[in-house]
Design a protein around this ligand. Structure first.
Ligand code: PLP
Length: 310
């Protein structure tokens, strides 16, 4: 939709789920990874500009920029859009985890030339699989629908003039999605209330911290994450907590392993300061389902407090 083809450069946030970067490989293009900033865990605008200038010095202006709102927390879209406009590079905003999150009242997914939202089973609302493409450009949306339905031309017979895909959402799943839209606000409230509960009970413990919303930003708090500082927890690290929780039959998970650290992307250029790597090393996703009760959250909290106190 933005004209990325074989050999083109596309700048992508390194700290993300692999889907953001695989989309670049599908086009035969070269991902250029950019690190996160500590304020949002999203793409660092300064490093973005550095990466753009590097690509341009090789006479390969990037064809797109892919920032990602992680765990529901809005990326600094204002600054990223300013830089993207300065160099006239389209932005494809990965808002897969951030449906309902916003910056100064504007929804995540609506800043870029395109936005993508996921309705996969693990997201805040779901159609079991599938997602949504957003754009202010009605022609591009028409074109996307056309390509998603095997590029069938407008003829009574089946006429095809270019390659298409079977990427449309089925009507059954779309029906489920319309129902899910009605509970979105409730789901956001539950996720935010999980976060507040964890923060209230764990926020005072030395060596445990939570990511704050910047002024004007609202996160759907899709997942609640704690960051550990082993210097302050008496040496307790992410894996110690994860194992202790697993012993109590509680599943917790490390954060996304940055793309520039993945064997799949070993040879891809990376611009960074090791922020995403540190977040991966010290962060833990706590149970964050929309239907968790305070008693269930207390079970998680008790395990964490016990491990740190002993
Ligand atoms: C879930 C997710 C995706 C992929 O969404 P699908 O609907 O499963 O294709 C992409 N990016 C991020 C950041 C995600 O968390």
């Amino acid at each position: 939709m933005v004209g990325v083809s074989r050999g083109d450069y596309v700048i992508c946030q390194s700290f993300t789920f692999v889907a953001s970067a695989n989309a670049i490989l599908y086009q035969g293009a070269q991902p250029i990874f950019v690190d996160s900033e500590t304020k949002t865990w999203g793409m660092d605008p300064e490093l973005l500009e550095k990466a753009i200038l590097h690509c341009m010095s090789l006479e390969k202006k990037p064809k797109a920029i892919v920032p990602v709102h992680l765990y529901g927390m809005p990326v600094n879209m204002v600054e990223i859009m300013r830089i993207a406009k300065k160099y006239r590079i389209p932005v494809i905003e990965d808002a897969a985890e951030a449906l309902g999150s916003s910056i100064n009242g504007k929804m995540c997914g609506s800043f870029g030339d395109f936005g993508v939202i996921s309705f996969n089973g693990n997201k805040i609302i779901t159609t079991s699989g599938g997602g949504m493409l957003l754009s202010d450009n009605p022609k591009k949306i028409e074109k996307a629908k056309f390509l998603a339905t095997q590029a069938r031309e407008n003829f009574p017979h089946y006429q095809h003039e270019e390659m298409g895909y079977n990427f449309r959402m089925s009507n059954v799943l779309a029906g489920i999605g319309r129902g899910q839209m009605e509970v979105l606000n409730e789901r956001i409230e539950s996720r935010r209330s999980n976060f507040n509960y964890y923060k209230e009970k764990l926020g005072q413990i030395p060596g445990i911290s939570f990511l704050k919303e910047l002024e004007g930003s609202i996160s759907n708090r899709w997942l609640t994450i704690i960051l550990l500082d082993p210097k302050l927890t008496g040496g307790i690290g992410r894996e110690d907590l994860r194992f202790a929780l697993a012993d109590e039959n509680i599943e917790s998970r490390p954060l996304w392993k940055p793309m520039h650290m993945q064997p799949l992307f070993e040879s891809a250029p990376y611009f960074g300061k090791g922020i995403a790597m540190k977040l991966f090393k010290h962060g833990l996703c706590l149970p964050s389902g929309s239907n968790l009760t305070n008693e269930e959250l207390d079970r998680v909290i008790d395990v964490i407090i016990n491990v740190i106190n002993n």
